[in-house]
Write a protein that binds this ligand. Structure first.
Ligand SMILES: Nc1ncnc2c1ncn2[C@@H]1O[C@H](COP(=O)(O)OP(=O)(O)O[C@H]2O[C@H](CO)[C@@H](O)[C@H](O)[C@H]2O)[C@@H](O)[C@H]1O
Ligand SMILES: O=P(O)(O)OC[C@H](O)CO
Length: 506
């Protein structure tokens, strides 16, 4: 791996670059889509940073390399790791559990063992590339054990963790057979960031219930244990955002505006274009959206000549059974709606199951009169913010689920409960019929908010808090509440040292 050490290290399950192999077998790297890369890219360059993560393909072992000024440190995951750690524990246990058990989580000890082992490999790789006293920022639910493992190996490091998905209420989280280990894993960090106030509250409550530690928002008092000194951990919300300037610049470009006009023309110049953009995931409420739209067509409140729904559904986790089933269900529903209501010249739903360049996404946002975000649970939902950022014309209506983190900020969207199909239908009709003056007023308020809280503010805010927390980490607080809400039936771990062997055998 070489002897290079870095002052700033980011770790995420997936690297910020994807490996692409062309027809001749030659490989190259391109940025992975998504906000994380854009958010951290400038900081990484300034801070002489390294990024540790998986290359996106099984059994691929690669040497570290430089990509656009960032040191990329690839971590190999085997086919076994993918099945058990990634598809299993991360995406069939934690993902549904943390999204309010919309789908039933599966609990398998062999998956947990693999999660522990992969997290340990991540911690080892991070420790190996981190300079003395470096800052490490660990990302997301796939790596919740890494902060503690890293602290044990490298107490000199300053460790941050950001959870991109919701953190569930204790009544749900407590289902997890390895709940205490997860909490202890996270508490290895100096700062734990969440998307929403409610997520940070749920985490602190779980700490009190499972470990009995004193908490007073945003501080958690971790008592001394053995040679490990007492520490203060900060757990608080840092709502993530997008690169607003880049999105707006894209949307303002003549090419993107021309493309938006072309999209409308190609769809048959309907009066209203509605848009949904989601990873094909059961948390996104795509089925609920289609149901509401199908009923509006059935009842004659909408006519297929007037309205088209463009549904972009990006391929996701296609080897996980729940995702395969979802794809079948969604595609069947789209087929039925198009069969029932489509005409030779007008399709009710234009369904696209692939990825697009950002220019095309910006053109779709510009073309869409109504944006439908109907997630049943979503940490933030960057699509909602991208839509707002792209609408430099102050037009367009956002219909937004109140179960997204974005709804905390975008209060002038038409907020909906996606389970209430009649409510969704009424919101769609209201969006379509909304007078321009009201559209502009609502959009302007949202644009102001998104501009104020862009992705730079998110990363700078987190890293500033991390630096302050580390400075104060030696101090003990005297004002935290002692052990409230202690659950007499819980099993606070007397011995904080735990291994795979200590995993509960349920
Ligand atoms: N077909 C396509 N082609 C190209 N790009 C596409 C695409 N479909 C979607 N995208 C892009 O992918 C991103 C999706 O971000 P989201 O926040 O909507 O969801 P996701 O669940 O992936 O993210 C997780 O992380 C984010 C960030 O923290 C949280 O907001 C969220 O709640 C959490 O689940 C957006 O930037 C979007 O433009
Ligand atoms: O495709 P995945 O499994 O890496 O998930 C991407 C999501 O953004 C997870 O937050």
């Amino acid at each position: 791996m070489g002897d290079e050490r870095y002052d700033f290290v980011v770790a995420s399950n997936r690297l910020p670059v994807d490996r692409v192999v062309d027809d001749t077998g030659a490989s190259s790297w391109r940025p992975s889509p998504g906000g994380l890369v854009t958010a951290l890219e400038p900081i990484m360059r300034e801070a002489d940073g390294a990024w540790v993560g998986w290359v996106g393909q099984p059994d691929l072992e690669l040497e570290p390399f430089d990509w656009d000024g960032i040191r990329i440190v690839p971590l190999k995951l085997t086919e076994h790791d993918l099945e058990n750690y990634y598809e299993g524990f991360a995406n069939d246990t934690l993902w549904p559990l943390y999204h309010d058990v919309i789908a039933p989580p599966s609990y398998h000890r062999v998956w947990w063992d693999s999660y522990v082992s992969v997290n340990q490999r991540f911690a080892n790789a991070i420790a190996a590339v981190s300079a003395p006293d470096a800052t490490v920022w660990v990302q997301d639910y796939q790596l919740q054990l890494v902060p503690r493992m890293l602290r044990q190996a490298r107490p000199d490091l300053t460790i941050g963790f950001f959870n991109h998905i919701p953190f569930p209420a204790y009544g749900i989280f407590s289902q997890l057979p390895w709940r205490a280990q997860i909490i202890e894993g996270l508490l290895g960090a100096d700062v734990i960031g969440f998307q929403r106030v409610a997520d940070a509250g749920n985490f602190s409550r779980a700490v009190r219930r499972l470990l009995g530690y004193a908490t007073k928002s945003p501080v958690i008092e971790v008592p001394s244990h053995g040679r490990a000194p007492a520490r203060r951990v900060i757990a608080k919300p840092f709502p993530i955002s997008i690169d607003v300037d880049t999105f707006e610049r894209l949307a303002r470009s003549p090419e993107v505006q021309a493309r938006a006009a072309q999209i409308r023309h190609d769809l048959g110049d309907p009066k209203t274009i509605m848009l949904g953009v989601d990873r094909l995931d059961y948390t996104k409420g795509i089925g609920h959206r289609l149901k509401a739209y199908g009923e509006l067509l059935h009842e004659g409140r909408l006519k297929v000549e007037d309205v088209t729904l463009v549904q972009v559904a990006s391929p996701s986790r296609e080897r996980v059974e729940t995702y395969r089933q979802l794809r079948d269900e969604i595609e069947q529903t789209v087929g039925r709606i198009n069969g029932d209501y489509g005409t030779i010249s007008h399709q009710a739903v234009s369904y696209l199951h692939h990825g697009f360049p950002r220019e095309e996404m910006a053109a779709l946002y510009l073309a869409a009169d109504v944006m439908l975000v109907t997630a049943l649970r979503d940490g933030m939902n960057l699509v909602a913010k991208e839509y707002v950022a792209a609408r430099f014309d102050d037009d367009g209506v956002l219909v937004l689920s109140e179960f997204t983190g974005a709804s905390d900020e975008l209060r002038t969207a038409l907020l909906i409960n996606p389970h209430d199909i009649e409510g969704v239908k009424d919101a769609i009709m209201r969006a379509i019929e909304m007078p321009r003056a009201e559209r502009v007023k609502r959009m302007r308020a949202m644009r102001k908010r998104v501009r104020e809280n862009d992705v730079n503010r998110w990363s700078e805010g987190f890293l500033r808090t991390l630096a302050e927390a580390r400075r104060r980490s030696g101090e003990r607080s005297s004002d935290a509440e002692p052990e409230p809400e202690r659950d007499p039936d819980s099993d606070p771990l007397g011995d904080l040292e735990w291994t795979v062997d200590r995993a509960p055998r349920s």
